[in-house]
Design a binder for this molecule. Structure first.
Ligand code: S3P
Length: 194
């Protein structure tokens, strides 16, 4: 029987992390990238470097539309390459064109947790950097509303859903790698744990 040829010279598909603010995309993404020896790309950080200001400043000075345009651009750039671990902002996959680009070269992992747990995580990091949460006093209610609005888009985009409730980042990394190992073409041969 013919076996799929996986050359060490051919990078695997991108591993793309999506989910609401506080779901752990950046933390888990950075750890997965370290384990696999892949570059880690956070599209929010890319936008900040490109525009020379923080995400909060982009929202305040130029508005959400300008941020979404920069986000779409960052997603097109990152999707042109393979072999990366990519974290995108929580609203990125609401735009179906962004999803098409991400899925063309990557497999998409949705990180989920209940709004109460997400709220506790973002409170630890400070909400000031997150303009969609900075205004309201009830962060948990705001996250629950965003989840209701986006749940369908998240599920449509996801190739797999990982429940991160009550789990440490290291445990989520193990779950993610166990899943990724079974996905054809996602990891290059030398990346697959023995
Ligand atoms: C947003 C999430 C943020 C950032 C921006 C908008 C959203 O990223 O892109 O503040 O619409 O959910 P994180 O999910 O990494 O916090």
């Amino acid at each position: 029987m013919a076996r799929p040829v996986v050359s060490p010279l051919v990078p695997g598909r991108n591993l793309v992390l999506i989910g609401l603010m506080g779901s752990g995309k950046s933390t888990v993404g950075r750890l997965v990238a370290e384990r696999l020896g892949r570059p880690f790309v956070d599209t929010d950080a890319r936008i900040e470097a490109e525009l020379g200001m923080s995400v909060a400043e982009v929202f305040a000075r130029q508005g959400e539309r300008a941020f979404r345009a920069a986000e779409a651009q960052a997603i097109r750039h990152v999707s042109a390459l393979r072999g990366q671990v990519v974290a995108v902002g929580g609203g990125a996959v609401v735009d179906t064109d962004n999803v098409l680009h991400l899925k063309a070269t990557g497999d998409v992992v949705l990180l989920e947790a209940a709004p109460a747990e997400l709220a506790a995580r973002v409170a630890g990091e400070g909400v000031a950097a997150r303009p969609l949460l900075a205004d309201g006093d009830d962060v948990e209610a705001r996250l629950a509303a965003l989840l209701a609005e986006r749940a369908e888009a998240y599920r449509q985009a996801a190739d797999v859903i990982l429940d991160t409730s009550g789990r440490t980042a290291a445990e989520v990394v193990d779950d993610l790698l166990a899943w990724a190992t079974g996905q054809p073409g996602l990891l290059a041969r030398e990346e697959i744990p023995a």
